[in-house]
Design a protein around this ligand. Structure first.
Ligand SMILES: [Zn+2]
Ligand SMILES: [Zn+2]
Length: 243
């Protein structure tokens, strides 16, 4: 009786929320094992600040020339892979059940190796949080629930004005321009005083990064007194990947 009720419940649940892979459509899981296995991890030979492909690990000429405020970029996967599709489905189709799946794919090795003492989400403008019902802080919440022994604090950075998503900006110049003045160190709200960042080693968390947003955040945080700023993202889209 109980078994058959369970069977019915799972059948009904599947009717209401069919589980098929958001990338390949195979039934079973929201992101199947094959698609996860086929997703490209960020290779070792990339720029440590922007993930641009290099012949050996180091810092690319552009990051050196622009004296990037960002100290380090840790990415788990390349955006141009099934994991990237799952992030799009999570954000734009609002498939919230992907939150824990994506949270579990987030490679925390960089986060732990970075010696950061404070982990902060890259903030989304409140108008976008409302309009899409989505907040990338869900990933942040998933990560903080893993109890990694580091302080997780939101509200440290706030978005000063709304910007078009970085992945929709046509050129690197457009991305940089759209980000000028986009972020501020939070103040006047509990747990978000500017004093929080002085002398801190701060790791930003984002779902997808091109590096541009993280660089803007890093420069704001460094101006406010942070010693070191890195970013850990689930997926990386190097700027050179934009055509
Ligand atoms: Zn699949
Ligand atoms: Zn670079």
């Amino acid at each position: 009786m109980i078994a058959s009720f369970k069977g019915f419940a799972s059948y009904a649940l599947n009717l209401a929320f069919p589980s098929s892979c958001v990338h390949c459509g195979r039934e079973g899981e929201l992101l199947c094992h094959t698609c996860i296995a086929e997703s490209t991890a960020v290779p070792a030979n990339v720029c440590r600040k922007c993930a641009e492909s290099l012949t050996k690990a180091g810092t690319c000429a552009r990051c050196i020339a622009e004296r990037s405020s960002l100290d380090r970029l840790y990415g788990s996967y390349m955006y141009d892979s099934p994991v990237g599709s799952a992030i799009k489905a999570f954000k734009f189709d609002d498939i919230r059940a992907l939150g824990p799946v994506l949270g579990s794919l987030f490679n925390t090795e960089g986060l732990l190796r970075s010696e950061a003492d404070l982990v902060v989400p890259v903030p989304l403008h409140s108008s976008r949080v409302r309009s899409r019902g989505y907040n990338q802080s869900e990933l942040f919440r998933q990560l903080s629930a893993r109890r990694l022994g580091v302080d997780f604090l939101s509200g440290v950075l706030i978005r000063a004005h709304s910007t078009v998503p970085q992945t929709e900006q046509p050129t690197a110049v457009a991305r940089q321009r759209s980000l000028a003045g986009a972020f501020e160190v939070g103040s006047g709200k509990p747990g978000s005083a500017a004093g929080d960042v002085v002398g801190r080693w701060i790791l930003l968390v984002d779902d997808v990064t091109t590096g541009s947003t993280a660089k803007s955040c890093a420069s704001v945080l460094k101006s406010a007194g942070a010693d070191w700023v890195g970013v850990a993202a689930l997926a990386v889209q190097p700027i050179g990947g934009f055509k």
